[in-house]
Design a binder for this molecule. Sequence first.
Ligand code: AMP
Ligand code: GLY
Length: 419
Amino acid sequence: MKVLVIGSGGREHAIARQFASSPSVSAVFVAPGNDGMKQDVTCVPIGVLEFARLADFARDNQIDLTFVGPEQPLTEGIVDYFMARGLSIFGPTQEAAQLEGSKSFAKELLKRYGIPTASYGTFTDADQAKNFIREQGAPIVIKADGLAAGKGVVVAMTLEEALEAVDDMIGNQKFGDSSSRIVIEEFLEGEEFSFMSFVHAGKIYPMPIAQDHKRAFDGDEGPNTGGMGAYSPVPHISSDVIEEAFDKVVIATVKAMAQEEKPFAGILYAGLMLTKEGPKVIEFNARFGDPETQVVLPRMDSDFGEFMSALMAEEEYELKWNEQAMLGVVVASDGYPGELQKGAVLPDLSAMSTDKTAVFHAGTKMEGDTFIGNGGRVLLIASKADTLKTAQKEVYNTLSKHEWNGFFYRTDIGWRAAH
Ligand code: AMP
Ligand code: GLY
């Protein structure tokens, strides 16, 4: 089996590596990938939005399956494009990807089908939005309707912050078109977790859950980011809660999308809050999470290629996961998620990969014979162990042996779970 993975981050490195380690897979290509992946797979210099060139590549190289990492090609219709050309691709159609691409679409669907989520209002008019906020009071959450690379959410603890967010998004078009419409939501309190499932032709295979750390700095302080570290499993979320979330959210959403005649295929990522009233949806993504994938996929015991073939062929498959714990810490360029300092030299990474510890490249570039930082999130270092505590110790041991000039990482990933 030959596989093409689309994307260039740490998530795609994890997806590509999982395919590469599958006995059923003979070749893995990543478009465009990054320099750090080249030790594991073949990178192809085609951008994620160059649909025609990607499809030509898949056809010319007899690719059996194309797997899409990031959201943008999905919301722009890569799946529809490949399908129209008779090529096998895993992911949602453009219509179904609205579950991630439009927060108001997702919220309306949730409301219509009684799937638990925060109460909300949708606005394009700043004055109406502000009146609604004054009625509701703070804390309150303001979200750009469209894609904003994980940065379009303001959790406002004061009225002032909330009103300012409305001005930024609608008035100043902070996220361009993505924020000309905003969703204003009830603030949910509780424990957050990420629940991802493989979905295809009505079949749903849930994955072990993970917890991400969205804030930039220790103690969950600082601005929201794409994610600074993650771990799986999440011991303080019980199996009863996971089952409830699976029934009331995941299955219910897949059914709702089918009923709406926008059947969902691909990775359904439910970002959930465990509130006093049970799990509620914070957001959906229509793809794998980053960095959750890097700590969830390596826990798969089944042959990934074989599983994906069965899924695409609509055959039954017993998908197996192991009981090991995995914890990963993101190394980011100084300044992330704001103004970046790119180009700093990374320490020697070769010694960091062991049978317990994996290095996933997100934004690295080879210059001469050293890697340099070439993005916001640069690497994720993850360890696998019998317990989260041991995995955490292992990762931080590895990190502390090196100099990270020009980079930073959180020192408390897993603090809720690893005591
Ligand atoms: P999102 O991009 O929708 O995942 O939002 C980013 C982060 O903001 C989430 O991971 C939560 O930590 C937080 N957040 C989003 N919506 C809410 C909400 N309704 N209540 C509390 N926190 C929220
Ligand atoms: N880590 C959250 C996301 O991928 O959206």
